[in-house]
Design a protein around this ligand. Structure first.
Ligand code: PLP
Length: 365
């Protein structure tokens, strides 16, 4: 089947804007800089997962599922948007989360609770006592058994649960980002935009895989660059397999090897992925502030702040935007700004030392 014939629902609002960033362009003094606003996909505060969910929800509805269950860390954006899409299409939202139940709600967790999602926290700290090489397998096994048990319990209540893998990074999910490419190409044409690079996050990899496949299939005028959002980033070989599977299933006529993919990590202090998955760090936070100050566009501390770090650094190093413009894909994640740990950490640099900044205290006598 050709991908153009694959049916979808619309969980979010498309097309998202492709915006010029005049102040950042001036500040950097290289080529024209643009941002593709997939943070504005509308559904439940927006983000990249809606494009993936368009195909996943369609599959669920066509195959008689009555509930969507997915997985992630406590602050999963993918979980929030999967739950929201489920609700909008009359399906039951269920989330299986890695880690202990937090003491307090913050960020995405509040939104999950407001939506009435069934939340299952999985405290797997017992596995940390195992030898290092056995820990991951033990945790994966526990999650799999938990998911099977939950599906069986809901089945007794008459629910048919579709299990959506972490990040929605399946062939179907990636299709959402294949189809983002013609949208971007048309916008470039309509707005007379030239860009040689599209810079996007590389997490569970479905977004990057879809963009890469779409760029190849539709002969995009730009190269897609992936920025891993954590030091222990997802396997490149698995991403290659995903891209090849997309190409095979939709007769795109190409195969890739890992040498074809362009990832940029940075190095040392300048490692774009920061210090860990969703771990606060002051370098990422300063990039978040920089875009907010120049363009009044907010990025998040777990994903898009790190992509922004890579985007700016690649421009500074002359690797992109030298001989033509560059586009950064904003994939959302904004509820992450208000999670307890990120807020505490940002207080350290943006609030504790107000004399040096623009915060003033005036005392009436
Ligand atoms: C805000 C945000 N940006 C980027 C990503 C990464 O996308 P992917 O998992 O498809 O690589 C995620 C994944 O959850 C996300 O929530």
């Amino acid at each position: 089947m050709k991908i153009e014939n694959l049916e979808r629902v619309h969980t979010g609002l498309l097309n998202t804007p492709l915006e010029f960033m005049p102040a950042l362009t001036k500040k950097m003094g290289k080529g024209n800089l643009y941002i593709k606003r997939d943070d504005l996909t509308g559904l439940a505060m927006g983000g990249n997962k809606t494009r993936k969910l368009d195909y996943i929800v369609k599959y669920a509805l066509d195959n008689g599922y009555t509930a969507l269950m997915t997985f992630g860390g406590t602050q999963t954006n993918h979980g929030r948007l999967t739950a929201a899409a489920a609700i909008r299409f009359g399906l039951k939202p269920i989330m299986v989360l890695k880690g202990k139940k937090p003491e307090k709600m913050s960020g995405n967790v509040l939104l999950d609770r407001l939506m009435g999602v069934d939340l299952y926290y999985c405290d797997m700290s017992a596995a940390d006592k195992l030898p290092a090489d056995q820990q991951k397998a033990a945790k994966d096994r526990f999650l799999k058994e938990t998911a099977d048990r939950i599906i069986a319990e809901y089945a007794k209540k008459g629910e048919k649960v579709l299990s959506v893998p972490i990040g929605g990074s399946t062939v179907l999910g990636a299709c959402g980002y294949v189809q983002a490419i013609p949208e971007i190409m048309q916008q470039m044409k309509d707005q007379h935009i030239e860009a040689k690079h599209l810079v996007a996050g590389y997490g569970s990899t479905g977004t990057f895989a879809g963009l890469y496949a779409g760029a190849r299939y539709y002969h995009a005028p730009f190269e897609v660059i992936g920025i891993p959002i954590e030091p222990e980033y997802n396997s490149i070989d698995e991403c290659v397999d995903l891209i090849n599977e997309v190409s095979k299933q939709f007769e795109m006529g190409f195969t890739v090897t890992r040498d074809d993919l362009h990832l940029e990590m940075g190095e040392g202090e300048n490692f774009y992925g920061g210090v860990g998955y969703n771990a606060p760090d002051h370098i990422t936070q300063r990039y978040i502030k920089m875009l907010a100050e120049t363009e009044a566009i907010f990025t998040d501390p777990c994903y898009t702040g790190k992509v922004l770090h890579g985007f700016i650094d690649l421009i500074e190093k002359g690797k992109i935007a030298q001989d033509g413009g560059a586009i950064m894909l904003h994939t959302g994640g904004l509820p992450g700004l208000w999670t307890e740990e990120h807020l505490d950490s940002m207080n350290e640099i943006f609030w504790s030392d107000p004399e040096k900044d623009s915060v003033h205290e005036l005392i009436m006598k």
